[in-house]
Design a protein around this ligand. Structure first.
Ligand code: AQP
Length: 332
């Protein structure tokens, strides 16, 4: 089976709806048909300041949410990035084939560092995309399910894989992004011109899956729409309504054209009330399941130990090949 790999950061206590619809939902679907590797990328999280106690807790919360979302550790390999030391090791190698100018062109770094200011921006944040390259190449992944915001990092991954292969001989599979068009970018509820984002969205603009479901319903009902009254999908003219339609369509499995028909002649309030109901029905059991996994840390840790072992077997082999091709002298 073709191989997929993806990761998610444990930087917040909760995944947001964009993380779920843009990425995690695809992970769950792909584990059935693919040889799937999924990880919580704690080494990526430390590129911005983290409180140690919170980071450790949030890493478990992230794993619990992935299980609650439907990842099955019998079907996929689920692990924590720092449990597999080869990620940091291959990242160093890939840093040494990345151009400084090339890394400087990464828009996510430019945006985030501009916001933080130069003195507070770490070198780790600068080289974050290169660590991501190593994450992917270690597993010889064919496909990488991510949201639209990761497209540029996937391009970098392809470029570096090609470059290494050309210079040192065929070593890495050149991966393809797996981006589902409809949900590739879920927008901020208060500013539907920008993506829903943990670091940039206001609390009212972002839906955290572990929030109180009542608060979630309220956020949907106060989502920004427009002064028109027609419920129709039009990303340019009606970004707010289109975002709500996308979310409703994905969670219910009803196509957008059918939804447009269903809401013909109805007010925005009707759409929001229905979507709020669907969201509450989705997040309520999701929260409960997450809590059940958190209440059983021994099981969680056993899943992660097994996942790390499976991941390491693959990662160690790729790293050994890369070291060999580079001409590093084998130990003993
Ligand atoms: N709004 C979004 N729509 C669709 N997909 C999204 N993703 C993130 N936001 C959206 C996808 O979620 C996966 C995990 O990404 P991450 O670990 O980088 O997530 P994050 O950093 O916790 O979340 P944000 O909101 O993206 O954080 P900021 O804005 O702080 O960088 C990825 O596949 C991503 O594409």
């Amino acid at each position: 089976a073709p191989r997929v790999l993806s990761g998610i950061q444990p930087t917040a206590g909760s995944f947001h709806l964009g993380n779920y619809l843009g990425a995690v939902r695809q992970w769950v679907a792909l584990q059935e048909s693919h040889d799937a590797f999924y990880m919580v990328v704690d080494l990526h999280a430390i590129t911005v300041p983290q409180d140690p106690v919170t980071l450790r807790r949030n890493t478990r919360v992230a794993v619990a949410q992935l299980l609650a979302a439907g990842l099955d550790p019998e079907q996929c390999t689920l692990f924590v990035q720092s449990h597999v030391p080869e990620h940091a090791q291959l990242a160093w190698v890939m840093n040494c084939v990345t151009g400084f100018g090339e890394a400087s062109r990464m828009t996510q770094f430019k945006d985030k560092s501009a916001k933080q200011g130069q003195d507070r921006t770490t070198v780790g944040l600068f080289t974050y995309p290169v660590l991501m390259v190593a994450d992917i190449l270690l597993y010889q992944a064919d496909q990488v399910p991510v949201g639209e915001d990761q497209r540029q990092h996937l391009e970098l991954t392809r470029d570096l894989a090609d470059r290494f292969n050309t210079r040192f001989g065929d070593t890495f599979t050149v991966p393809n992004p797996y981006i589902v068009k409809e949900t590739a970018k879920i927008y901020d509820l208060q500013d539907p011109s920008v993506k829903m984002s943990k670091s940039a969205s206001s609390p009212k603009g972002i839906i955290d899956l572990l929030d109180d479901p009542k608060a979630t319903a309220k956020k949907i009902k106060s989502a920004v729409t427009d002064t028109d009254t027609v419920i129709r999908f039009d990303r340019e003219a009606k970004p707010g309504v289109s975002n709500l339609l996308t979310i409703l369509s994905t969670l219910t499995g009803t196509g957008i054209p059918e939804l447009e028909k269903e809401y013909e002649g109805k007010m925005y309030g009707a759409l929001k009330t229905d979507l709020a109901g669907v969201m509450v029905d989705f997040v309520t059991p999701f929260r409960d399941r997450t809590q059940e996994y958190l209440d059983d840390p021994a099981t969680l840790d056993a899943i992660l130990a097994k996942g790390a072992e499976k991941a390491r077997a693959v990662a160690a082999e790729t790293l050994a090949t890369a070291y060999d091709r580079l001409g590093l002298l084998p130990a003993g």
